[in-house]
Structure formats: structure tokens, C-alpha cells
Design a protein around this ligand. Sequence first.
Ligand code: FAD
Length: 415
Amino acid sequence: MTKSSSNLVSNQKFDIVVVGGGSAGISVTASLLKRDSNLRIGIIEPGEFHYYQPAWTLVGSGDFDIKKTRRPMQDVIPSFATWIKSRVSSLIPSQNAVELSDGEKIYYDQLIVCPGLRLAWEKIEGLEATLGKNGVTSNYAYDFAPYTKELISKLKNGKAIFTQPPMPIKCAGAPQKAMYLSCDYWLRHHTLKSINVEFYNAGAVLFGVAEFVPPLMKYVEKYDAKLNFNSNLVKIDGQAKKAWFEVKEADGSIRKIEREFDMIHVVPPQVPHDFVANSPLADPKGWCLVDNKTLQSPNFPNVFSLGDITSTPNAKTAAATRKQVVIVAKNIISLRKNQPLESFYDGYGSCPLTVQQGKIVLAEFGYGGKLLPSFPLDPTKPRRSAWALKASILPRFYWAGMLKGTEWMTRCTDS
Ligand code: FAD
């Protein structure tokens, strides 16, 4: 039975408090309770719904039903955990406490910080006013991913722009995945030759792990997409169908350019939440500082963090979270028994690059870009089996397995 926040008495204390009921928070709670069902765990989460975000890329191309990416939060909170339906406003590790938006404090023995990251739509001038209309879309939100499919099916000619903001972002491949699947749709519907496709990337490379660039470039060439690097979207006017980019030149100077579009797929800048950035747990850039291997705070040993909010230099993905969950669950159990921490994260993350409908280059890699393929196959080759994994097997495993504490494909090379 799930307990709810209505039972809360003021200043309640738990064995473990989990901040955020997303991929990381629900999974790590389930994994902890599988190890010790007597643990008193409170999950602080304000949202009514839990989302399976990795499928939104496929929603944008019409290959996945948006309704299957969302479930009521109540249905995913693990049995015997307490859902505190509220928002954390500050982290006070010196008092072993977090403060909620209504001023109430919740105390803990151990804290797990996993509220994801914040999509900073407001950093692109004019975007919020026009998103979801005027040909402006984004797969980064439940409400707008279906609009991507609507736009690509309506566009018969003209100009399509896809953008990527500065790193770090969650699922760094998602901006170009949207482009490949759109181009593949237009190719299959014989309209690609009439559509001018451009990719504007604030970064300097197509993909951060060099081994995957050549297979991706083959698709860029196949679709005749024009790549623009060091080009950061800063302003958009949907009604006028115009976008402005700041282009960083080789000498470091910034030039502003204006481009017209018929449709534009925007990926928002992504930042840590203020309540993390302004806390004693933050690193200088605002992410939750933890040891890269143990995922433990170096300054507050009873605090751990996982998911998109951590300072660890891995690809921010649900796939990374899948492995981090086990590291944090095992290490917290060890800490509670006064035993040394013996589980170590290797930086694994995965980016299933949807290069065309039915085919994926499954990029799996750890710290320093070390390739960590799960299967004994050439990881740079586009495969139908990887599409089946992403479109069918992983979503089902997510709801029925990962969120219930089933630890599948979680071995780390360092553990
Ligand atoms: P989230 O799942 O975002 O959950 C964070 C939770 O914290 C939310 O429920 C939120 O309500 C809550 N929260 C926020 N603020 C507070 C607060 N103040 N107090 C309490 N709770 C709070 N990953 C892959 O592995 N493969 C992919 O192919 C892939 N594709 C993606 C495509 C897109 C378009 C997107 C958007 C993401 C994709 N991802 C993919 C990334 C993946 O979804 C994330 O890495 C993953 O969800 C991170 O989990 P998390 O728990 O850290 O954050």
C-alpha cells in the first residue's frame, strides 16, 4: 500500500528521503525496498504524472503513442513508500533536512537528490509565446511532441530547422534524432528533395563520442542536411517564421544571424534547479556534486545523487539512471550498516540514435567516451534489433521492471 502525504505530521523524519519521483527517484526507491522492505522512505514529488521521456522522440515521428508515455504518479510510487506531494524549496544538509514550498521541514538519515534538470525555455527570447504553434515544436515536452509529427506530415516544401543548445542536455542525441526521423519521413513520402534541412548546433561536433560520427555523417549526407556548428538559437518569432542565432567565430567573436523557417524543432537550454544550485550540495556550475564512482556527496556522506541532476560527466539518460540506481541502492545499504561503499559507477550512458524509421545506432559509452556495448556486435552499425529494443522492449521493461526494482542490464565494469 502506498502511503500519501495526507498522513504527514509536521517535521516528519524518514530513514531515507528521495527528492523527485522521476526515472531515478521511483527506481532507486523500489531497488532499496527490494533490499530492505522495512526502510521508511519518503519521496517528495509535486507532479500528478510520471513520464517515460525516452519515447518522445518516437512520438515526434509518429512511431509511438504519446498516451503510453505517461501514468498517474500514484500508480508508480512503490508500495510501502510515502509520497509527499510537495515541492522541495531548499536543501539543508547541515540539519539533515529539506524544506518544502509550504515551509515544512522533512528530516532524514540519508538523502537521495534526483529532481532531474530544468528545461529553460525562457532563455530563448519569444519561444514560450510561440511553442506548439506557428511551426515551432519540441520533442522535449509531453504537450508538444505530437505537434512535431503534425508538422512533418504537413510540410511538403520549404525550410526545416533543428536546433541543439549548449551542453549538458539530457539525451544529447535527441536533437539530431528528431532531424533524422523527420528526413526519413520526407524521403519515404518523396518530399525531401523539396525541403531544405538545416541543423544548428551550439556545440562544435555532431556527437561527443568520435566513433559514432562517421555512421551519423552517412545519414546527414543521405538526407542532404546542412550542419552549422557553434550556432546557438537565442530568439524566435513564430508568426514572422524567423529565428536568430549567435554564431561563435574562430577568433571568439559572436555574430548574430537571422534565418527563416517553415518548421523549427527546438531543444531548450537545460540547467540545474535553483534549489540545488543554491545549496551547499552544488558544484560550481550548480549540479549536485557527487563522487563519479560512488555517487556520494564528498562533503555530506549521508547524501547521494543520481539521474540528470548529478555533476558526473556521463550522458544524461534514463539508461545511465538504470545503472546508477543499483550503485546508490547498494552503497546506501552499506553505509547504513557502517560498511565500506563497494559499488562503483563506470559512467555508462546510452543514446539510441534513430537514424531512420526501424533502424538505430545504439551508442553506449562510459566516462571518457569508452565504448561499453551491451551486445557483442559492432556498435556503430545501424540495426533493426536496436529499434525493437527502444520502441518495444525497453518501454515495457521500464514500467514493469525498472520502476518495480528489477535490476536488468545494470552491471558496471568497475563494480
Ligand atoms: P526526471 O525523469 O526528469 O524526473 C525528475 C522528477 O523530479 C520529476 O518527476 C519532477 O517533477 C521532480 N522534481 C522537479 N523539481 C522538484 C522539486 N523541487 N521537488 C521535488 N521533486 C521535483 N534517455 C535514454 O536513456 N534514452 C533515450 O533515448 C532518451 N531520449 C530522450 C528523449 C527526450 C526528448 C527526452 C526529453 C529525454 C530523453 N532521455 C533518454 C533522457 C531521460 O528521460 C532522462 O535522462 C531521465 O528521465 C532522467 O531521470 P531523472 O529522474 O533524473 O529526471
